[in-house]
Design a protein around this ligand. Structure first.
Ligand code: FPP
Length: 240
């Protein structure tokens, strides 16, 4: 046990919708982007906490396919923040054996952001510690559609047989491949929506919707979230 957490029953995969950066800034009379900056600090701490706790996979929703609709300045700021995050953090992540993986369409990102991420993914690809998935230019529906198209292409090319396409095979076509589904999805800031996040993978995830704004998220809140998860009774549609 660690501060009330049963280390034997940790969630293998935690996914987080990091929401509330804008409101955090607003409450402090700061520009919205300062909320994102503070959100980056919260993210750094969370990656460290998950790694220290022995969580196997952390997935964070950094930028959705819908976030392009935000004002151009804010989009530019977020893209720049990702570059800053990678530059500042990649060496320490690598030292801590964190493996960075990208979920989403990388091709249309600004060149600098794409390059930093690709380098970080490459540098850390053989690491065996925490797998840190960054959902970036990610949308759950787009991901499922892309998987369908790839399957259809493989069918047309004669690479697979239609009868062999079951849920496991289908999962393999998603960005997350054969990785385990999230056990726990946390959304901060009191919103109660899934917002196109991990639509396939989250079919049986425990949901935890908490009121704290993302920049205020810390190790204590993470530990409470894990304790809450451990108190739930997961049935996957069956009886206990
Ligand atoms: C949602 O808050 C947050 C985002 C759209 C961006 C998440 C980005 C970070 C936490 C920055 C750091 C990330 C990386 C990978 C460097 P919101 O802006 O929708 O908040 P609001 O709902 O209060 O307006």
């Amino acid at each position: 046990m660690l501060g009330g957490i049963d280390k034997e029953r940790l969630p293998i995969h935690i996914a987080i919708i990091m929401d509330g950066n804008g409101r955090w800034a607003q409450q402090k009379n700061l520009p919205r982007v300062m909320g994102h900056k503070a959100g980056m600090e919260a993210l750094k701490k969370t990656v460290k906490s998950c790694s220290d706790l022995g969580i196997k996979i952390l997935t964070v929703y950094a930028f959705s396919t819908e976030n392009w609709k935000r004002p151009q300045d804010e989009v530019n700021y977020l893209m720049g923040l990702l570059v800053e995050y990678m530059r500042k953090e990649v060496n320490s992540l690598h030292k801590n054996k964190v493996k960075i993986k990208l979920l989403g369409e990388i091709d249309v990102l600004p060149a600098q952001t794409r390059i930093e991420i690709e380098e970080a993914v490459k540098l850390t690809e053989n690491n065996v510690g925490l797998q840190f998935n960054i959902a970036l230019n990610y949308g759950g529906r787009a991901e499922i559609l892309k998987a369908c198209k790839s399957i259809m292409q493989d069918l047309l090319n004669g690479n697979i047989d239609m009868n062999s396409v079951d849920e496991k095979v289908f999962s393999g076509y998603l960005y997350t491949g054969y990785d385990p589904d999230p056990d726990l999805i946390i959304r901060t800031s009191g919103e109660q929506r899934i917002s196109n996040f991990l639509l396939w993978q989250g079919a049986y995830s425990e949901m935890l919707l908490i009121d704290q704004l993302w920049p205020d998220f810390d190790e204590r809140i993470l530990q409470e979230a894990i304790m809450e998860y451990q108190s739930r009774n997961r049935r996957f549609g069956a009886l206990k």
